[in-house]
Design a protein around this ligand. Structure first.
Ligand code: UDP
Length: 262
């Protein structure tokens, strides 16, 4: 055994899984809120609402964050199943009813996540903004922070519990309520660009931008209400690609990934 790890019979250094030591660099973020949109859970090839491999990937990433001592709470969206506004436009569903349906969609996603994370060995609690005590615990701020301190992953579902809101707003709200150090927003692109990178080849990615500039340039990081809440409370947001393996751990260790809004 050397200082770096175990050596094999030929004296070659074996690659061991990351293990924090007292000399290791300390994580930059102690507690984070990870916002996952419903779309990020969808399987684009088959059209299935919940892609099993995405759940597995998430479990892997969350375990690696826990291994370095970072507490993680998740806010999950529901757009892969139902969005209130889209429902209202498509089939005339009353907006409040549609939003309630949207919030219930986040509960379905949250339960799928809970199941997979638990099966991978993580301890999980689902907390809902709409009381449904057979299925999940009610959201109580002090209880949520207690779960996190005890090493559990907390999944916040049912958004804010109010119609005319989004799960981005729920992420901003919960992050502030539980005293998170940052919001990690997993998306399909690897950060914030000056224009749509899917449409424009010369689109440039920001590595860092202030809340004020992002708002002024109308970069659409989150909806305006959610973004204002983060700006008013100086909540950093890191936008990164869901496909980027290990990105969250890198960010927690202070490496630059995606775009930092701060
Ligand atoms: N929603 C709501 N209140 C909330 C959060 C969500 O009414 O606090 C509803 C709204 O209809 C929204 C749907 O739930 O369209 C799904 O949430 P969202 O669109 O934010 O999910 P995502 O885009 O992240 O998948």
């Amino acid at each position: 055994m050397t200082k770096q790890g175990k050596v094999d019979e030929w004296g070659l250094l074996l690659h061991l899984p990351y293990m924090p030591t007292s000399s290791s660099k300390k994580p930059k973020f102690r507690r984070v809120v990870l916002k996952i949109s419903g779309e990020a859970l969808r399987n684009d090839k088959t059209g299935e609402a919940i892609d099993s491999s995405v759940l597995d990937r998430l479990a892997e990433e969350l375990k690696s964050l826990q291994s370095i001592g970072t507490q993680v709470a998740l806010v999950v969206g529901g757009g892969n199943i139902f969005r209130g506004l889209a429902g209202a436009r498509a089939n005339g569903t009353d907006r409040t009813t549609g939003d309630n349906m949207g919030m219930l969609s986040t509960v379905i996603n949250g339960l799928a996540l809970m199941d997979r994370l638990e099966k991978s060995g993580l301890e999980v609690r689902v907390m809902t903004a709409i009381p449904m005590d057979r299925i999940a615990e009610p959201f109580i701020q002090r209880r949520a922070t207690r779960h996190l301190e005890n090493g559990r992953i907390v999944i916040f579902v049912a958004g804010t519990g109010n119609p005319y809101c989004t799960t981005d707003y729920a992420a901003a709200l919960r992050a502030n309520e539980i005293g998170a150090d940052a919001i990690f927003k997993a998306t399909k692109v690897d950060g914030i660009y000056d224009k749509d990178p899917m449409k424009f080849k010369d689109a440039k990615r920001f590595t860092k931008i202030s809340h004020a500039d992002a708002l002024h340039k109308r970069l659409g990081v989150m909806d305006a209400e959610a973004f204002s809440l983060c700006e008013a409370n100086k909540m950093p947001i890191i936008v990164f690609s869901m496909a980027d393996r290990g990105a969250m751990k890198k960010a927690v260790m202070g490496q630059s990934i995606g775009t930092l809004v701060a």
